[in-house]
Each structure stands twice: as C-alpha cells, then as structure tokens.
Design a protein around this ligand. Structure first.
Ligand code: NDP
Length: 339
C-alpha cells in the first residue's frame, strides 16, 4: 500500500485564492486490481480556468466540491500495471492532478503523443511539456489563433498575457504565420523574454497608459486580438482594432477574482462601425485538431521556431501557491508543479 498527498478544496475563495482555501491530506492508494494501473504523478498543471471551478455555479466544467481533491491535467508514470498494454515506466496523461498517486483503469488515461525520442536535439524537452506547450495550453493557442483569429501574413496580432503559457505560444505561432506581433506582459523581464523569442513589440502593461503603448506599437491598428486578460486590455483592443478585425476571446483573467460583475468595455459600440468579429472559444471543443496540432508543434519545435519557459514549483504542498501565483504573475511561461 502506498500513500498519496492530495490537495482538497476547503472553502470557496472570495477574491484572490489563498492557502486557507485549501487542505493538504494524505490518503492510502489502493493497490491496482485486475485491469488497473497505479500511477505516480511527475508533473501537475495549475491553470486559470480552475478558478472558475471554485465557484458553485454551472459552467462548461462542473464546480469542484468542498472536501474533495481538486482535478487537473497531470503527467505521471505507471509504477504497477495489471492492464494489458501498460507497463511500469510508461508515461501517461490524466486529469488526476493535485495528488501524488492514484489507481485507475486505463480508460481514464489519455494517450501521450508519441514524441519522446523524436525531438532529440531539443534540449530540455521533458514530460512537463505535455501539460504546457505540447498540451492543453499549446492547443488553446493553436486553435484560438488559427481557427478564431484567422491571421493572414502581414496582419498585426495583439496578444495579452503574452508571457504566459498560452500567450507566448500565440505570439510565436503568429510570427510563424508572417504577422507583426504586439504582446503585453506584467514585467520588464517578461518583455525581454518575449523579444528574445521574436515578438516585435513587447509592452509592460504595468508601466501604465496601455492604450498609448499599443498605439505606438501598432500605429495602423491591429487585425487580430487574442484576449487572455479582458478588462482594460479588451477595451484597448477594440479601440485600436482595424475594420473587420477578429477578437479571439480565450480568457479574461483580470476578472476571475472579481466579487461583482465588472463593467463591460465602454467602447463596445465600436464593434458595429468597425464590423468587428468577437468570438469566444473553449479548447475542449477542438479535440479533433489535436493530432494536427501535435504534428505542427513538433515540427516548429524541431526547427527552433517555438520556444518556451516553465516556472516550476517543487512538491504537492506548493500547488496552492503555484495556483495563486497565476494571479500575481509569478510565472513566466507555464506554471508547473513538480511532484
Ligand atoms: P498564464 O500562463 O498566462 O498565467 C496567467 C498570467 O496572467 C500571469 O502570469 C499574469 O502575467 C497574467 N495576469 C494575471 N492577472 C492579471 C491581470 N489582472 N491583468 C493582466 N494580466 C494578468 O495562464 P494560461 O496561459 O494558462 O491562461 C491564459 C488565459 O487563457 C487565461 O485567461 C485562461 O483562463 C485562458 N484559457 C482559456 C482556455 C479556453 O479554452 N478558452 C484554455 C486555457 C486557458 P503578467 O505578469 O503578464 O500579469
């Protein structure tokens, strides 16, 4: 019998989540029976959408329950198998994050893209990439930009949350597609990193006057806005949008901890005169593009055209702090918890 430490939701956060909203518990993990495997997680993801699951209200994913272990993407290693086709040492992907180990039937495990050993000249690629650049955030960037934003070569693309897991991939795919890229982020260091991966204009929104900064970076306006932040960023994007621009609404992290609804963009009327197309999307509705995404992304990574950063926190007990860190910009690139 092995034990597993897991993180449970203790109370629903009001405002910014704190350690007091979480419990750390240790449980016995049952030995795998016939047809089951025992998995020890190696990396788990914390993602902004999880904040939405902490509210007790219907959404596109059900709310987390008080007293229960949280869930999320994880990459783990099989340590014991009684299931055909699964052997100790195999890496598997699951939604059983926020815990160290679990026993499950393989039907609950997602297949890992078969890329190990195929990108040998890319230093630093390891299983954590499959909860980041090659996982859900990467796919979000890919479908949100290409399917919703529909950039054309020569377009100017503005992405907020530019130094995050999704935003940094959006920025680089937009460069691959021949666009000029304006990306915003919350520190000078993050902006330096964005420039180092090819972003044309990196803006530190904490320097103030976001509108003037974006106008200076894109004097002719923008053709695509990829929104990770909402609020003032969305208002600025509408302001600088050119005729017929596309606004891909991926997320609005600036509002996830609001205790009352935020006022809408004050300039929303411009949507009419500029014939703007504003469309939200949820990555899970684009599973049919996953294989194409993995193939494209593996190619771009191999060519050195997509690079990524991870901010890694160590140990399951750090998971709540890692999650809270998403809301104060602790992470550059993907926030990852190593288990
Ligand atoms: P990130 O890696 O981008 O981490 C969050 C970042 O948001 C922080 O690092 C911080 O960076 C920034 N941030 C936090 N608060 C604010 C604020 N008030 N104003 C401006 N920036 C802020 O997270 P992800 O890449 O995982 O997610 C990015 C967005 O994509 C989120 O909105 C998320 O909900 C959304 N998403 C949507 C999906 C979908 O299917 N629609 C799927 C996955 C993600 P900084 O230092 O720059 O402030």
């Amino acid at each position: 019998m092995i034990t597993s430490t897991e993180i449970r939701l203790k109370s629903r956060p009001v405002g910014v989540p704190t350690a007091a909203n979480f419990d750390v518990a240790t449980v016995d993990v049952p030995a795998p029976g016939a047809g089951e495997v025992l998995v020890r997680n190696r990396y788990m993801s914390v993602d902004p959408y999880m904040r939405g699951r902490m509210y007790d209200r219907p959404s596109y994913v059900p709310p987390f329950q008080i007293g229960e272990a949280l869930q999320g993407h994880a990459v783990g290693e099989i340590v014991e198998s009684h299931a055909e086709g699964f052997a100790p040492g195999d890496l598997v992907s699951s939604m059983f994050g926020w815990r160290e180990a679990f026993t499950v039937a393989p039907a609950n495990l997602a297949a890992m893209p078969d890329l190990f050993g195929k990108l040998p000249h890319v230093p630093g690629i390891n299983p954590s990439a499959f909860i980041g650049v090659l996982g859900m955030p990467g796919l979000t960037a890919y479908v949100g930009l290409l399917e919703i934003g529909q950039p054309k070569a020569g377009d100017t693309v503005f992405v907020s949350g530019g130094a995050g897991a999704v935003g940094s991939v959006v920025a680089q795919i937009a460069k691959i597609k021949g666009c000029t890229v304006v990306a915003s982020a919350g520190s000078a260091e993050k902006c330096d990193w964005l420039r180092s991966v090819g972003v044309d204009h990196a803006i530190n929104y904490k320097d103030g006057n976001l509108l003037a900064q974006v106008q200076a970076a894109a004097p002719k306006g923008i053709d695509v806005y990829f929104d990770n932040v909402g609020g003032e960023h969305l208002e600025v994007a509408i302001e600088v949008a050119r005729q017929g621009a596309r606004l891909a609404e991926c997320g609005m992290i600036s509002q996830y901890n609001d205790t009352a609804p935020a006022p809408g963009p004050r300039n929303i009327i411009m949507v009419v005169g500029k014939s703007l197309k504003i469309q939200g999307f949820i990555v899970s509705n684009f599973g049919h593009l996953r294989a194409q995404f993995v193939a494209d992304m593996a190619g771009w990574i191999a060519e050195g055209r997509i690079r990524w950063e991870e901010t890694v926190m160590d140990g399951i007990a750090q998971a709540p702090a890692a999650f809270a860190g998403l809301f104060d910009g602790t992470n550059t690139g993907k926030m990852v918890v190593k288990l």
